[in-house]
Design a protein around this ligand. Structure first.
Ligand code: ADP
Ligand code: ZN
Length: 618
């Protein structure tokens, strides 16, 4: 059984061995079992259903929610010589007929289709008389109503069970919580599924979380460490996306906006640029990203907090799919904390939903404020235990200093209490700092015993203290009363000195991060080091790839990934056999492109030889 699957892996994809659970998953699906595959982004889910499907007789149907993505997946399969097609509303009626014809006559082996299309009675009818090898349901978490990507049409996919009895189904997702696992199996009505759960660790992603001081200049400093690289900058609102993109362009970055308020056309144009050109920064709302399988996104930056730890994991997971070092960077501040919980409070949702959203947000804030390894804390959220701290997050790299803030917190809490628990952050800090503002005088707060008691801390530090107390629930901000700060149950023991409170020191220094810093975990793929002349060769190889990609109107990585070209520049293969030993080159791509790339390498050899042996010196 496995010999055949390994052969396909080698022959089609040009890879030497399966990763993680891939082989077990394929064996199980090939044997006709239903499977549930949980694997992080970049883990290699596509190969699981592609090879499983090809090993069995008949057509493989892949349900995918993203029309934009189908095209690239199909292009990538055609590149390696697998007959694939997609069916969606972007095709003309005659193109659709052509696709259906090729399905009926058995030419097409893998078909991508949107859920809303598949569950139409007419479509289901069309597949009745066709042998199906496998039905893969990608992004299967879309079936969960609690999740962030819920799609109504996914709920109807349970019909596939009775409509196509005996056809194994494979549900795949990169969403990890145990609640969603159960929900997926249940709602899709998988039959006794074999469940494969991979580690959700993304060791190549470095997590960096900073306190927001001046978000734009912090971002600029961060980006200065990412020259010439592609990345995503997430913002909460459309307006902020537009403004940030514009500002970045003025700063000389190739930044483009993406949000649901742009026309369909503008969105596709910007997305295509991001996929096809080098070093494009996409400034986007969360409308952008699901299913973006660009392998070389080198960073994901958050200028605003996401909604939950899970959203954060998903969004940052778009970085570094190729396994090479990437960075997830975020700034957050007191304003975000207040703003987001206000948004939840003021939404029209029912109380239960609001409560859940609030809890999710609090879990995220707790994570932001954590003083232990971020990766350990992140994985713990997905019930996964990482034994040692990671050495590749801000906490591990520069451990935060803790200070005894018991007395400081007592000053703050009693100031809030004495002023009647009716005022917001700014006013409370004014009292502590002893500022005689109009509002202070009006309310006679310069007469309070806490007036001027907090001069030992600056404004920024007070905000940090308040933020940490909010996150740890020693305080709440009452949104019905314009964010007035109030004490909680937890405040009392703190005021009475029954507990000691340690807070993290505010670090104000946004430094550019150097990616050459120690990366202790062995799983991170090392960058292959190229000599100067090899780097020149790499540039030539990339240019060759660009020409080939443009001629076929596909993204460059569909031809070869950067990693493949880098290996080529290092090894400088001279013939087909040597080319085949490079990762990512299978038979079909060898036949198609071998000559072109060998030509580039040959030219390089001749030129460098000519340089080292100038005429007359031989
Ligand atoms: P996912 O869908 O899980 O996010 P993909 O299927 O896009 O991940 O795979 C991520 C990358 O890993 C792709 O570039 C793919 O070609 C590569 N890959 C997958 N399986 C293997 C393997 N066994 N060996 C080497 N590379 C692999
Ligand atoms: Zn760490």
């Amino acid at each position: 059984m496995s010999a055949k699957s390994l052969e396909l892996l080698h022959h089609l994809f040009g890879y030497d061995h399966f990763r993680g659970h891939q082989e077990a998953i394929i064996n199980s699906a090939e044997a006709g079992m239903d499977t549930l595959v949980l694997m992080p982004t970049g883990g290699g889910k596509s190969i699981c259903y592609q090879i499983s499907g090809l090993l069995r007789e008949g057509l493989t149907i892949v349900v995918s929610p993203l029309i934009a993505l189908m095209q690239d997946q199909v292009s990538a399969l055609l590149q390696i010589g697998v007959q694939a097609a997609f069916l969606n509303s972007s095709l003309s009626p005659s193109a659709q007929r052509e696709v259906l014809k090729n399905i009926a006559n058995g030419t097409t082996r893998i078909l991508y289709i949107a859920p809303e299309r598949l569950v139409q009675p007419y479509t289901l009818q069309q597949f009745q008389n066709i042998t199906l090898s496998l039905i893969a349901i990608d992004e299967a978490h879309c079936v969960s109503q609690w999740g962030h990507d819920f799609r109504q049409d996914y709920l109807s996919l349970n019909r596939l069970k009775d409509t196509f009895p005996g056809v194994p189904r494979m549900a795949l997702t990169a969403t990890a919580t145990s609640i969603s696992r159960k929900e997926i199996a249940l709602r899709l009505e998988l039959t006794d599924p074999e469940v494969f759960i991979s580690s959700f660790d993304r060791p190549n992603i470095r997590y960096l979380v900073k306190t927001k001081t001046d978000a734009r200049s912090q971002l600029k400093i961060f980006l200065s460490g990412h020259h010439g690289e592609s990345g995503i900058v997430y913002c909460l609102s459309r307006n902020k996306v537009d403004k940030t993109a514009e500002w970045l362009r003025k700063q000389g970055f190739n930044a483009l906006p993406y949000h649901a308020g742009l026309s369909q056309e503008a969105r596709s144009v910007n997305q295509a640029k991001f996929l096809r050109e080098d070093a494009v920064i996409m400034v986007a709302t969360i409308a952008f990203g699901m299913g973006i399988d660009k392998p070389d996104v080198r960073f994901v930056a958050h200028l605003d907090l996401p909604k939950s730890v899970e959203s954060y994991y998903q969004e940052t997971g778009r970085a570094g799919r190729d396994g090479k070092p990437a960075e997830a960077w975020m700034v957050y501040g007191l304003q975000d904390v207040v703003h987001l919980s206000k948004m939840v409070d003021q939404s029209d949702a029912d109380e239960l939903f609001k409560r859940r959203e609030k809890q999710k947000l609090e879990a995220l804030l707790g994570w932001c404020e954590t003083t232990q390894c971020r990766r350990q804390a992140l994985l713990a959220y997905f019930d996964e235990k990482l034994e040692t701290s990671c050495g590749n997050c801000d906490i591990c790299l520069t451990p935060p200093k803790l200070w005894d803030a018991t007395i400081t917190a007592q000053k703050l809490l009693s100031c809030i209490y004495r002023s009647g628990q009716r005022f917001g952050t700014a006013h409370v800090i004014d009292i502590l700092e002893g500022k005689q503002t109009e509002k202070v005088i009006q309310n006679n707060h310069h007469g309070l015993s806490t007036f001027g008691l907090g001069k030992d801390l600056n404004h920024q530090q007070w905000r940090s203290v308040i933020r940490q107390l909010l996150v740890q629930e020693f305080l709440i901000a009452d949104h019905e009363r314009y964010g007035a700060l109030r004490l909680t149950e937890k405040s009392r023991p703190l005021l009475r000195s029954e507990i000691q409170l340690n807070l993290r020191e505010e670090l104000n220094e946004p430094r550019p991060t150097s990616r050459s810093q120690s990366r202790s975990r062995s799983e991170v793929k090392r960058d292959i080091l190229l000599s100067q002349s090899e780097q020149m060769l790499l540039i030539e190889l990339k240019s060759c790839r660009r020409q080939l990609a443009e001629a076929q109107n596909v993204p460059p990585y569909v031809i070869f990934h950067d990693a493949t070209l880098t290996e080529m520049a290092k090894d400088k293969p001279k013939n087909n056999e040597a080319l085949l030993s490079i990762n990512g080159i299978g038979e079909t791509k060898l036949n198609r492109y071998g000559e072109a790339f060998l030509g580039v390498i040959d030219k390089f050899h001749r030129e460098t030889q000519a340089e080292s042996y100038p005429p007359g010196q031989e």
